[in-house]
Ligand binder design. Structure first.
Ligand code: XUL
Ligand code: CO
Length: 435
């Protein structure tokens, strides 16, 4: 036991009336919602990077946090792992996620870096054997080191592609050995700063080649988890290729990979793409691409990716509506890709952020389940599209009528459509009734 969280004990559910700031008021892991335990719906995960590797820096200033594992190399990495697993237990959350560089320091060569990751991976494996924490997903950081400044898979230099491949092979194998249920690829530098030095078509082919290699290797080692792409339109690069779900789907289809990969959708990334979070979920779900979620929120005034903890139950209710409608997230879950603010220095602040986030998700889940159980929402939607189930609508969709046939029908049946209310305000009030 370290003394990092001294004085703090495991967070418990105490119900909505509790005034204990270190208790869950809505997240009650064993509570049954729509036939399943709350924890099994949400499958919450803690992001190793934000909670343990981040230092509180922003573009105008560096480290504000003071953690005993900073600047201590492998010894620090071992302490960090101890503290991380104590934190998972404190929050009683079933999953975590990591990048290679979160868990172990980079060495002078790829071989040394990979060895460091493997050494800490061994420690993590032992902790996972005795505890209840599982791995939601692993990933490689292919964006922080300066070698990746012009991209990893999309770099003009094939040696950078090769280096990135060597890194991914190592983390994918470790993810597999740790029983990880997903492997994530977020293309943080897969994009461009200026078209003046960029060949878009060439970079697209490189990205597809890289992804194909990852998919092939996953199959070769027997990894049965999902491969997920995490869309984001910009930041750090001015333009990122995995812009949003629809763009990712088009890319995958172009290279025949759409059956192999799903999306990990992040709330804040959806906003940066000019969409709502629900939009991205709905699009992904309609394409069979909704794999997992990075839960957070952006400060909507700032226009960048602030990675704050979710605190909007209404937004989460709509999110869970689409998730419940597709029968859940399967191997995916809700990873808190969220960090405490740079003034939130205390270990307890890490707890407050996650407690609020989990309570928000729980309220969203319960709201969506109640909305579906009530049935009015689904009934109104079915009614709005009912014309497509029979007669003219069904014949059009089935391809039974040509453009000329349809035009003739309008004349022969004297079709004169009458607009109907979209009832948006009524629907918004209906959703609020369940949150
Ligand atoms: C960055 C981001 C990443 C990915 C994993 O915006 O979301 O943390 O989730 O690389
Ligand atoms: Co993310």
């Amino acid at each position: 036991m370290t003394d990092f969280f001294k004085g703090l004990s495991q967070v418990k559910y105490e119900g909505p009336d509790s005034t204990n700031p270190l208790a869950y008021r809505h997240y009650n892991k064993d509570e049954m919602v729509a036939g399943k335990r709350m924890e099994d719906h949400i499958r919450p995960a803690i992001a190793y990077w934000h909670s343990f590797a981040a230092e509180g820096g922003d573009p105008f200033g560096g480290r504000t946090f003071d953690r005993p594992w900073y600047d201590k190399g492998m010894e620090g990495a071992r302490l960090k792992a101890d503290v991380a697993f104590e934190f998972f237990d404190l929050l009683d959350v079933p999953f975590f996620c990591f990048h290679d560089v979160d868990i172990a320091p980079e060495g002078a060569t790829l071989a040394e870096s990979n060895r460091n990751v493997r050494e800490i991976g061994e420690i993590i494996a032992r902790k996972m054997e005795t505890g209840r924490t599982k791995l939601l997903w692993g990933t490689a950081n292919l964006f922080s080191n300066r070698r990746f400044m012009a991209g990893a898979a999309t770099n003009p230099d094939p040696e950078v592609f090769a280096y990135a491949a060597g890194q991914v092979k190592n983390v994918l194998e470790l993810t597999h050995e740790l029983g990880g249920e997903n492997y994530v690829l977020w293309g943080g530098r897969e994009g461009y700063e200026t078209l003046l030095n960029t060949r878009i078509g060439q970079e697209s082919d490189q990205m597809a080649r890289f992804l194909t290699l990852v998919i092939e290797h996953a199959k070769k080692i027997g990894f049965t988890g999902q491969i997920l792409i995490e869309p984001k339109p910009q930041e750090p690069t001015k333009h990122q290729y995995d812009y949003d779900v629809a763009t990712v789907y088009g890319f995958l289809q172009r290279y025949g990979l759409e059956k192999e990969v799903k999306c990990n959708i992040e709330v804040g990334h959806a906003f940066l793409a000019g969409h709502s979070f629900e939009h991205e979920l709905a699009v992904a779900s309609s394409l069979g691409m909704l794999g997992s979620v990075d839960a957070n929120r952006n400060d909507l005034q700032s226009g960048w990716d602030t990675d704050q903890f979710p605190n909007n139950p209404g937004e989460m209710a709509l999110a869970f509506y689409f998730i419940l409608k597709q029968g859940g997230l399967g191997k995916g879950g809700f990873n808190f890709d969220a960090k405490v603010r740079r003034q939130s220095l205390d270990p307890a602040d890490l707890l407050h952020g996650h407690i609020g986030g989990l309570d928000t998700l729980a309220r969203g889940l319960k709201g969506a389940a109640a909305m579906i159980a009530d049935g009015e929402f689904d009934r109104l939607l079915a009614e709005r599209y009912a014309g497509w189930d029979t007669g003219l609508g069904r014949d059009i969709l089935a391809g039974k009528l040509s453009l000329a046939d349809i035009a003739a029908r309008v004349e022969s049946d004297a079709i004169n459509p009458q607009p109907r209310s979209g009832r948006q305000e009524y629907l918004e009030n209906l959703v609020n009734r369940f949150v």
